[in-house]
Design a protein around this ligand. Structure first.
Ligand code: COA
Length: 535
């Protein structure tokens, strides 16, 4: 059967309970997105507007084509990590259409700590660049930033993935012919001035954009020279005297209109790598996913039912349906794009891991992107599994997955623990993009298992010393361990640390995947040399 048939009891009590719990999660996500959307505090926003500037989200909107989608990356990054800072890390990053061409937009939010870069801001900017690089997307940076957030030096200055990597990425992308455009819409000081200075083309707004390595105060302190903002780094000076910038704009709107013109002249967009079929809606209502995702971590969800609501026409050409059935593998289309799906339906056994390796090889041969839908508590343990070579089979799955050079996407749709998280193309394997549903949770192991393992070790050590351990003492030892894991595992924590590119409502999954696959269809295809497989 290639068309999935649903057997879900959508009128039942369990469905209604799951749905109610899920709607609360979605509402919570919306509330947090609204916070990120608003940006800095009202006072900072008012001051920004009083300076004649557009708010950062209005700038992005004015830059994009009317009605363009905007796939935001890391919208909730930094959430709760810095006091008084809204989710988003003071920067907006996302993909949208400018003059008909998909571009990566990177916009500082000057209403959040003057648009300065702290650790998470750097990480998010760098992540946006990586995504742009992989998809060969022109980068348009709307600069309005005080540069480095000085108290956070350790997280912005010395290492890879921090502020300096932004420059490195700009240069290397430019070298590969990936256009870099900056629009200077506010102050750019010190390191911040290098972001536009390292771009291919720079637009600057008169009376508003400034670029200098040291501002007037620093210049006076260092050299005794007294000089005003405009003379030192104003738009007119840079366009007519220093030549640091290329296009002079009257205001934000004008600057964004010039930028749209520049994108028009970027040359021929890359050709399509595969043909797209007409998109078809699933045969079952995707909103039923809310009632199918189990609200109780102890009761597993039926991934086959979820798949029937995610793929075009609910068509899933399953590979090896009778073998290794704790992992579903098969071909489908999403928004008309062909994709190979690996979706957990239980713990990974040697058979399911071997099947995964075989299926990934097929997809690489045929240049078909891979989608990992992770809902896994890990690999099977125990004598039977070990003697069946679970380590060898797991290694084979990981080798195939890590080697695969087709576009890879990961969505955490439920649990994602331990080596299961990794084998299902977790973040360390650098999937092209990775998202989590609001219900997702991930950690080395579950809170109860972690507490039990730690307690076992402790008990063994105490017994070696001839000491006893009462059940009460054991429980007071376990409780804080459990709490650490409970706080760690929610999708919120993963998005706050940018271990995923964002949290998406299950109902957004088809649209997000459609957009990503469309972008991937314009990237060059690469051969896959596999690492050595253990047979
Ligand atoms: N490091 C840490 N915090 C900074 C900062 C920096 N580089 N630049 C600004 N901030 C903070 C301010 O303390 C203020 O914090 P608060 O909201 O908690 O009061 C907030 O950002 C906004 O700054 P403010 O000066 O009130 O806003 P503004 O819009 O008038 O000016 C700047 C913004 C960026 C032009 C101005 O703050 C500035 O020139 N900063 C220094 C820039 C600099 O020298 N950077 C060099 C880095 S290598």
């Amino acid at each position: 059967m290639t068309i999935l048939t649903s057997h879900a009891d959508v009128g039942g009590e369990a469905f209604a309970r799951n749905r109610e719990a899920y709607l609360a999660l979605v509402e919570r996500l919306r509330t947090r997105r609204r916070l990120a959307w608003a940006g800095g505090p009202p006072k900072a926003r008012e001051r920004h507007l009083a300076r004649g500037k557009l708010l950062p989200r209005d700038r992005v909107e004015a830059l994009l084509d009317p009605g363009s989608p905007f796939l935001e990356i890391g919208m909730l990054a930094g959430e709760g990590l810095y006091e008084g800072v809204p989710p988003g890390a003071g920067i907006i990053t996302g993909i949208g259409l400018v003059s008909g061409r998909p571009c990566m937009i990177i916009a500082n939010d000057a209403t959040v700590k003057g648009g300065t870069y702290y650790g998470m801001t750097c990480k998010k900017h760098v992540r946006a660049q990586q995504i742009a690089w992989r998809h060969r997307l022109p980068c348009i940076t709307l600069v309005d930033s005080g540069g480095a957030f000085l108290p956070d030096m350790a997280n912005i200055f010395p290492d890879v993935g921090q502020f300096g990597s932004i420059f490195n990425n700009q240069v290397r992308m430019s070298a590969e012919g990936i256009p870099q455009i900056a629009v200077v819409m506010g102050p750019c000081t010190a390191g911040g001035a290098y972001i536009p200075a390292l771009c291919d083309q720079v637009v600057i707004v008169k009376g508003q954009g400034y670029m200098y390595l040291g501002g007037p105060e620093l210049t006076f302190a260092a050299t005794g020279e007294q000089v005003d903002n405009e003379t030192l780094g104003g738009a007119l000076m840079h366009c007519s005297v220093s030549g640091v910038t290329d296009y002079l704009a009257e205001d934000d709107k004008h600057a964004l209109a010039i930028t749209r013109e520049l994108v028009r002249d970027l040359g021929e967009p890359p050709a399509a790598r595969w043909t797209k079929a007409p998109a078809k809606a699933p045969r079952y209502d995707p909103s039923e996913i809310y009632g199918l995702v189990s609200h109780d971590p102890k009761i597993p969800s039926d991934t086959r039912e979820i798949l029937a609501r995610l793929v075009d026409d609910s068509r899933f050409q399953e590979f090896k349906p009778l073998y290794g059935d704790t992992l579903l593998t098969g071909f489908a289309h999403i928004q008309g794009h062909r994709i190979g799906i690996l979706a957990n339906q239980g713990v990974l056994f040697p058979e399911s891991a071997n099947k995964a390796a075989h299926f990934i090889d097929l997809c690489c041969q045929r240049d078909i992107p891979l989608l990992f839908l992770a809902d896994v508590t890990g690999f099977m343990v125990g004598k039977a599994a070990e003697q069946a070579g679970i380590a060898k089979a797991g290694a084979k799955m990981i080798t195939a997955m890590a080697s695969a050079n087709v576009p890879k996407y990961t969505i955490l749709i439920g649990a994602s623990y331990g080596a299961g998280y990794l084998a299902m193309c977790g973040r360390p394997f650098e999937p092209t993009a990775m998202f989590a549903w609001p219900n997702a949770r991930s950690a080395i192991m579950g809170p109860e298992q972690a507490a039990t393992v730690m307690a076992l070790v402790r008990r063994q050590n105490l017994e070696k010393e001839g000491r006893s351990w009462s059940p009460e003492e054991e429980e007071s030892f376990k409780a804080p361990v459990r709490k650490i894991y409970e706080d760690f595992q929610p999708a919120d924590n993963f998005s706050a640390h940018l271990w995923v590119d964002g949290i998406i409502d299950p109902l957004e999954t088809r649209e997000v995947m459609g957009l990503l696959l469309e972008l991937a269809s314009h990237t060059p295809s690469l051969p896959t040399p596999f690492g050595v497989f253990r047979f």
